[in-house]
Ligand binder design. Structure first.
Ligand code: ARG
Length: 582
């Protein structure tokens, strides 16, 4: 249990001793630091319950708190707000304990098994900004939840099954009709032949085929037929499709690697295909499939809906299955193979309706037990300066690699040539660019749209990734320079800034839990900025390595180490790598 939680419980007992029972006592950080470090607001509620004036209750509580010895400057403000300050000695002790054992500054939860679906990159298509947000937010949530005691299994859930693949295979057929894949008389082993296609070919082929299908009805129909063939494992087409997936997957893996994003499972939509028959049977048995113009649909509308809720398209009239249906099959697969407590989907908020439909259809036939949570963790869009979803200069969808390059051009300008050797600069600029992009992406509440501003993201000052990296590297270098000096105990404080740092450190467990509850990293990104900015103020005010008061110096180095460790832990949760120098 965290120290701050323990302190809350101690105070709860003290309040009880003074004659009052509170269920959930929570010390609040004080808004008026001149009055106290913490505020206890419970006297107001107790007044109603005990039919006494809050002021009298507050006085009773303060009398009891005064006996304790760990608190100072106890006073009552307004109608009955109790202000509490920890003695320097006690605050120092708490921090020393955290220095010795980091687990005293974290509140673990009971284990739950979560499947986190946060990839969604589409085979044969370049990753785009939406995938960036899924990956950033999802990876960080996974690391946060793991840190707090959950078991989280991340799944890439590649888009490898729908019509785009049919289009790509069709276009390959048009360009290379002589390939054995399209030769019905071919009896050899397809796994031994390689299609003459690279990943960059794929990135050109898909947009071409997609545009063509919009103008050419016959072409689209052919693509549908091929999609059907692939989904039914027809020899040749199915084999070529597998090759395309393989080629594309290699590139997708590289991009996720670059983002420091690692999936436990590399499954795709197609992996759920083996559950499609069983899924269909379940729905047929429950009589929820409705015929509609040759297609099969599921009604998911509920009485209380105040927004339009169209039926879920289960199977198209041409026999192919929809994106909704592969998601249903995937739920069945996950239930059978992993049996999780929850499934989370970190996907663009604009897919909200899709997930509403899927979850409702899943609940209808109890694809998962009622206790299993199904949750869409939606996020807003990254916009251009015009306030619209960020596009390339010619109006196309911005690829993720292109986006990273734009940030890298900015971070490159800010690498210090005096500290980073020439042959390292490229690498460092890339690491800092990813950090800049990730931090900016995780800074607003996940549901909020934000604007892509590479110059701002790369700035060495302000709420930016580079500022945090730079400051953290500086802490590390200070600790290295002071490696021979005594460390390990906080004996005293010289200024209020140090105490502010200490109090901010004590808030960490609350912040982590709040972030997990809201499924958003913004509390963490704000917190790490606040802690770092406070530390930098302290750093600027003092000469730590030459300080003559040895007790003070020891306290300062210990404080530095705690802040450094927290920064490293939080940057790791955000999946941001810290370079050696920058
Ligand atoms: N491939 C989809 C897309 O690019 C995202 C998949 C999200 N995950 C899911 N289970 N539907 O839009």
């Amino acid at each position: 249990m965290s120290i701050i939680k323990e302190l809350n419980q101690d105070i709860k007992k003290i309040v009880e001793k003074s004659g009052y029972k509170v269920d959930n006592l929570l010390l609040q950080p004080s808004g008026r630091r001149d009055l106290g470090e913490f505020q206890l607001n419970d006297a107001m509620n107790l007044a109603k319950e005990y039919k006494k004036s809050p002021r009298i209750i507050a006085e009773d509580i303060v009398r009891e708190l005064e006996k304790d010895g760990r608190f100072t400057n106890l006073n009552i403000a307004g109608p009955g707000f109790i202000n509490i300050t920890l003695t320097d000695e006690y605050l120092g002790q708490l921090l020393t304990q955290i220095y010795e054992d980091k687990s005293l500054n974290i509140d673990k939860r009971e284990k739950r098994t979560i499947i986190l679906d946060y990839g969604g990159a589409n085979v044969a298509k370049a990753l785009h900004v939406g995938h960036l947000r899924s990956a950033n937010i999802g990876e960080a949530l996974k690391r946060l939840a793991t840190q707090l005691g959950y078991e989280v299994i991340g799944d890439a859930h590649l888009g490898d099954y729908g019509r785009p693949l049919g289009l790509v295979v069709l276009e390959i057929k048009k360009r290379y009709p002589e390939l054995a894949y399209f030769d019905e008389t071919y009896t050899g082993d397809y796994s031994e032949i390689e299609p003459p296609i690279t990943n960059s070919d794929l990135e050109e082929i898909y947009p071409y085929a997609s545009n063509k299908s919009k103008e050419d009805e016959a072409y689209l129909e052919e693509a549908r037929e091929i999609t059907f063939k692939i989904q039914n494992h027809e020899r040749g087409y199915y084999d070529l499709w597998k090759k395309v997936v393989e080629i594309s997957k290699k590139d997708i893996k590289q991009v996720y690697d670059m983002l420091n994003v690692n999936f436990e499972l590399w499954l795709g939509e197609s992996d759920a295909a083996e559950y499609l028959d069983e899924l269909t049977e379940i729905y047929e048995k429950s009589n929820v499939l409705v015929e509609s113009e040759g297609a099969q649909i599921i009604e998911v509308k509920e009485e209380s809906d105040t927004f339009p809720m169209p039926p879920l398209l289960f199977k198209r009239s041409n026999g192919t299955v929809s994106y909704e249906t592969t998601d249903l099959a995937t739920i069945l697969q996950r239930q059978k193979e992993i049996n999780p407590d929850e499934i989370w989907y970190c996907v663009d908020a604009r897919q909200g309706l899709h997930f509403d439909q899927v979850f409702r259809a899943a609940r209808k036939v109890k694809l998962v037990e009622d206790r299993v949570g199904l949750e869409h963790i939606g996020f807003g869009t990254m916009n251009g300066k015009d306030g619209k979803p960020f596009k390339t200069r010619d109006g196309g969808v911005m690829s993720l690699k292109g986006l990273i390059n734009l940030v890298e051009q900015e971070t490159k300008k800010r690498i210090n040539p005096d500290t980073v050797e020439e042959d390292m600069r490229e690498d460092v600029a890339k690491t800092v660019a990813i950090a800049a992009l990730k931090y900016a992406d995780l800074l607003p509440f996940r549901g909020t749209d934000y604007i892509f501003e590479p110059e701002k993201f790369a700035d060495l000052e302000g709420k930016t990734g580079p500022y945090l990296l730079y400051s953290t590297i500086r802490m590390k270098s200070l600790l290295a320079k002071g490696a021979d000096l005594p460390i390990g105990e906080i004996i005293k404080f010289k200024t209020e800034t140090e105490k502010d740092i200490a109090l901010t450190i004590l808030r960490l467990p609350i912040i982590l839990n709040k972030a997990l509850d809201s499924r958003s990293l913004n509390d963490i990104t704000e917190y790490i900025y606040r802690l770092t900015a406070l530390y930098n103020k302290f750093y600027a005010e003092n000469k730590i390595l030459t300080e003559e008061d040895k007790e003070l110096q020891k306290s300062w180095l210990t404080l530095t180490k705690i802040v450094y460790d927290i920064n490293m832990m939080l940057l790791d949760i955000l999946a941001i790598k810290v370079p050696e120098k920058m």
